[in-house]
Design a protein around this ligand. Structure first.
Ligand SMILES: O=C(O)C[C@@](O)(CF)CCOP(=O)(O)OP(=O)(O)O
Length: 331
């Protein structure tokens, strides 16, 4: 029986969205994307390869998972088994410190933590760039959760050159306030949503063109630490992604009435002189990019309408962490 290894990975929120695959098997994206890793939402996953097991076993938040969820993690574990020449099944336990599948990119932290723990338990100890190509095969957005701060997922052209790189530690008064409009499982998954949009939305080709330009500009905004430019591009890119969704067949939207209330409140905050910008993913929740030093003010304004436990402040998250020997003092 192999040694159990435990890893923490933080979720990330895309500022330049990944929306559409070029290759559904290898999870190669149609465009490069860029995200901010958050410190308030993360997943802790432990992996142990164990020959006494019949098959892979997966426990999520102390609940043993059914076949479909097991298959999703087995596909990632198989990559490590193949590379390391391991044939044993694995015992996997995961705890999400994020409302699972609530449009809070829980798959990002979940699959990144799984890849990180399998990387150590298999003895491969792949470097982070290579590890991000393994995480990608579990879920595209997981590619970026290997690193903290601002992270770019370079689309690449094949399995080995589609990986994440850290752009910046985002340690210059950057924060994000998440408004949980609805933490229920969403009706249309990001996987299904992006697939249908690529296939049917007439707005998709112009999305691709404009998102490449947004990425170039947002990277210079980060280099210049120009927060207003960073925020304006973030808000615009997220809205354009949702516009492609509105143009799909059948047309659909991830927004709920309170999503629009949150967006209006962000605009009101901006009129009051607080620089903050919203972005949304494949769900109704609204993420507000802001100065960390303004996040309390923003939270108290939003809680004049939303209940406090639904408005969560995050600072920039860190790279994936080995927490196997919890409690052991790490200098
Ligand atoms: O995170 C972003 O860039 C934007 C989104 O969150 C949606 F707005 C997409 C996330 O897609 P994901 O769940 O990674 O899909 P998978 O590869 O089919 O597992």
């Amino acid at each position: 029986m192999g040694k159990e290894r435990k890893v923490r990975a933080y979720t990330n929120i895309a500022l330049i969205k990944y929306w559409g695959k070029k290759d559904e098997t290898l999870f190669l994206p149609m465009n490069s994307s860029l995200s901010l890793t958050l410190d308030s939402f993360y997943t802790e996953t432990a992996v142990r390869f164990d020959g006494s097991l019949e098959r892979d076993e997966f426990w999520l938040n102390d609940v043993q998972q059914e076949e479909k969820a097991v298959q999703k993690i087995s596909r990632v574990l198989d990559l490590f088994r193949e590379t390391a020449g391991i044939t044993e099944p694995a015992y996997v336990t995961s705890t999400n410190f994020v409302p699972t599948a609530a449009g809070l990119a829980s798959s990002a932290s979940g699959l990144a933590a799984l890849a990180g723990a399998a990387n150590l338990a298999s003895g491969l100890h792949l470097d982070k760039r290579t590890l991000s190509t393994y995480a990608r095969r579990g879920s595209g957005s997981a590619t970026r959760s290997i690193y903290g701060g601002f992270v770019e997922w370079q689309m690449g052209t094949n399995n080995d050159d589609s990986y994440a790189v850290k752009i910046d530690d985002a340690d210059w008064d950057i924060g994000m306030v998440t408004v949980i409009v609805n933490s229920k499982e969403k009706a249309v998954s990001s996987r299904a949503g992006m697939k249908n949009t690529v296939l049917t939305s007439p707005f998709y080709p112009s999305w691709l063109e404009s998102t490449a330009k947004d990425l170039t500009e947002i990277k210079s905004a980060i280099r210049e630490q120009d927060f207003q430019k960073l925020g304006e591009i973030t808000e615009s890119n997220g809205m354009k992604m949702h516009a492609t969704v509105l143009g799909a067949t059948p047309p659909f939207s991830y927004w709920e009435p309170d999503s629009i209330v949150a967006m209006h409140m962000v605009r009101e905050l901006r009129q009051q002189g607080i620089p903050c910008y919203f972005t949304m993913d494949a769900g109704p929740n609204v993420k507000v990019l802001c100065r960390l030093s303004d996040s309390q003010k923003i939270q108290s304004y939003l809680t004049t309408y939303f209940s406090p436990e639904k408005v969560i402040i995050s600072g920039p998250g860190k790279d994936i962490e080995d927490i196997t020997n919890e409690g052991v003092y790490h200098d």
